[in-house]
Design a protein around this ligand. Structure first.
Ligand code: PNS
Length: 180
């Protein structure tokens, strides 16, 4: 295919510095999320980890805590940006000039929900692509919710969350703020 002239605003301008948004609740960040972000860095130039701030939900970790934990984990990686968003994901993607959403797909059970979201987002923003990535097998059965529950009830979550997250989970549990 012939190269486009540098000044052309053709389709390839969309790919200049491939940026992907990785949206989610991240309550808290797990090693499964870390794995997807790391895999994403192998495909995209930059990943924006976009933490949903949903005023109707009461997460265990505040937005500030979730930002801090994620930045602690990816502090040395300049290609990972941590941000928050509320409202529609497509509006956030437009504001950020991104055309790719990355989502992790763990099991068939994730598929229906992810399929619905991807197609609804595509309807709302036709030039938005959702790219699914499979985490390492070791993380296919974990979720933030399950990790919170197991840890709240005294079970081991060794190897399932980064050290920075484990430390904060311990603080929450000690303060009685971690409910199963
Ligand atoms: O980690 P989660 O909770 O599975 O992430 C879900 C998330 C944040 C990606 C989804 O709830 C979302 O995009 N919410 C923003 C509101 C929105 O755009 N809703 C329509 C999606 S089709």
């Amino acid at each position: 295919m012939p190269a486009e002239p540098a000044s052309s605003p053709g389709p390839s301008s969309r790919h200049a510095g491939r940026v992907a948004i990785y949206p989610g609740s991240f309550d808290p960040l797990t090693n499964g999320h870390v794995d997807i972000i790391t895999r994403g860095l192998g495909v995209f130039d930059r990943i924006i980890v976009a933490i949903l701030v949903n005023r109707d939900k009461s997460p265990v970790f505040s937005a500030d805590e979730r930002i801090a934990m994620t930045r602690e984990v990816f502090g040395g990686e300049g290609r990972v940006e941590v941000d928050t968003f509320d409202g529609l994901l497509v509006d956030y993607a437009r504001r950020r000039g991104a055309h790719v959403i990355v989502r992790g797909l763990r099991a068939i059970s994730d598929f229906e929900y992810e399929f619905q979201m991807a197609l609804m987002n595509q309807r709302l923003m036709p030039d938005l692509e959702t790219v699914f990535m499979m985490p390492a097998e070791a993380y296919t059965y974990t979720s933030s919710r399950l990790i919170r529950e197991v840890f709240a009830l005294g079970g081991s979550i060794d190897g399932l969350v980064p050290a920075a997250v484990l430390a904060r989970l311990r603080e929450k549990r000690a303060a009685g703020l971690l409910r199963p």
